[in-house]
Design a protein around this ligand. Structure first.
Ligand code: ATP
Length: 434
């Protein structure tokens, strides 16, 4: 399975999904850049989530809060205290540092790098510090947010009043978050800079349990709809003793990654802790009809879910899809998520009329769909390259096109080809890709 991980990492780089950040300078501690296809895939995931939360569900509105916030927010939320810290141990021999809960082994706690003994664990706060303004002193210290939801809580009143909302309602947000993770690892699974998609649902206390079940089910369905096999997802009920002090219930949605079952999304019942606590610390009245609404939160990482969708879609097919070639890679990714929807291919590159027509079609389709133009290699080779990135339709311009103004269109999933008039292409694709 680790092998699969390596394959996905190198595939991601080779096909323009994900590159190590600042690679020409030797990279930079677990930071990654999303290349031309990665950025499209990421955008599609965010859109699918936004469409699900804002368009499909009722009574949810959006927010884009600032990454930098008044540090009092983090004092109130507890993020500056020992509560938002991991336990760090250091190897006495090689001085490598680890998150304590990552190095528990049956043989006791030994450094995985050199076998040395560890120092006693100490708390390590995960907040990323920066300084704001031209003077660097204590008063200028600010923090990059470690989660997006605090921006939601502190805007609760603004949003409720400006949108004239009544409980229950939700606020959804997508945005960057930063944690100074001790051991970022497993490619884009755990990084120090990442993006979250979070929704906070405000409801009456008595209805919180019911809504918890509802959101858990909705969120699981979202993955199923987008092509994740049920057998690769499971839920983990976080034991009471491991819950944050304010949490009433927490369930992790876990995916079977190449390195084991791990969380991709958390569903949390946070009680009225956030609103009541911010009310107390800010002095603002954050009540609704005299009470603090309870919060059900759904929280998923964009990058982590992108990793899930890539892993799920990545296939190596022995003998190729035709059964007659070498092993081929096929990215069987959901149509909504596929980073490239259409490719336009001139059958030959040395016939100017065919090339001209193909470029014309390409230029017109790319205004509507993410479209590639490819004229290198045999058609078969080009289809294989397209299957590798999960491109859904390939449009081939051939000699007949010059006479009948029609093209051959190939469907990624069925591999079937059919002839279609150029003037009907856009309508056909719109219908198929909606
Ligand atoms: P862990 O205990 O693994 O550090 P967590 O339980 O603190 O994580 P949450 O605070 O519940 O994580 O974060 C919600 C979601 O945000 C996670 O399910 C994950 O998808 C994403 N996420 C959290 N931390 C990271 C990270 N360092 N890198 C990438 N995604 C992350």
């Amino acid at each position: 399975m680790e092998d699969l991980m390596q394959k996905i990492v190198s595939f991601s780089k080779r096909r323009g999904f994900i590159f190590p950040s600042s690679e020409i300078y030797g990279g930079f501690g677990s930071c990654y850049d999303f290349g031309p296809l990665g950025v499209e895939l990421k955008k599609n995931i965010k859109k699918a989530w936004w469409d699900e939360m804002i368009k499909k569900q009722n009574d949810i509105v959006g927010l884009d809060a600032s990454i930098l916030m008044n540090p009092r927010v983090w004092k109130a939320s507890g993020h500056l205290s020992a509560g938002f810290a991991d336990e760090l141990v250091e190897c006495k021999k090689c001085h490598h540092r680890f998150r304590k809960d990552f190095v528990n082994s049956p043989a006791g706690e030994k450094c995985p790098d050199c076998g040395g003994a560890f120092t006693k664990a100490k708390k390590f706060n995960l907040m990323m510090k920066t300084s704001v303004g031209p003077v660097e002193d204590d008063a200028s210290i600010a923090y990059l947010r470690p989660e997006t939801c605090q921006g939601i809580y502190v805007n609760f009143k603004n949003i409720m009043q400006s949108m004239r909302l009544k409980v229950p309602f939700g606020i959804a947000q997508i945005g960057k978050a930063f944690r100074n993770e001790i051991n970022p690892k497993d490619f884009i699974f755990r990084t120090r800079e990442f993006e979250q998609m979070e929704m906070q649902w405000f409801c009456e206390h008595q209805k919180a349990d019911k809504f918890f079940e509802y959101w858990l089910k909705q969120r699981l369905n979202w993955y199923y709809k987008l092509g994740i096999n049920k057998k690769n997802l499971r839920i983990y009920e976080v034991p009471k003793k491991e819950l944050a002090h304010y949490a009433k219930r927490a369930v992790d949605i876990e995916y079977k990654f190449p390195f084991g079952w791990k969380e991709i999304e958390g569903i949390h019942n946070r009680g009225d802790w956030d609103l009541s606590n911010h009310a107390k610390n800010s002095g603002e009245d954050l009540k609704y009809e005299g009470y603090f609404p309870h919060v059900i939160e759904t929280s998923v990482g964009v990058d982590r879910s992108l990793f899930v969708f890539l892993t799920e879609a990545y296939q190596e097919i022995k003998g190729g899809r035709s059964g007659k070639t070498n092993t081929e890679i096929f990215l069987e990714i959901n149509r909504i998520l596929a980073p490239v929807k259409v490719a336009v291919l001139p059958l030959v590159k040395n016939k100017p009329e065919i090339v001209k027509k193909a470029k014309e079609i390409y230029r017109s389709l790319k205004t509507e769909f993410v479209t590639l133009y490819d004229q290198t290699g045999s058609i078969g080779r080009r289809y294989r390259r397209l299957d590798e990135i999960g491109c859904i339709f390939a449009v081939t311009v051939d000699f007949d096109t010059l006479k009948d103004n029609a093209v051959t269109i190939r469907d990624r999933d069925t591999m079937k080809q059919k002839r279609i008039k150029i003037k009907e292409l856009s309508q056909f694709l719109n219908q198929e890709l909606k």
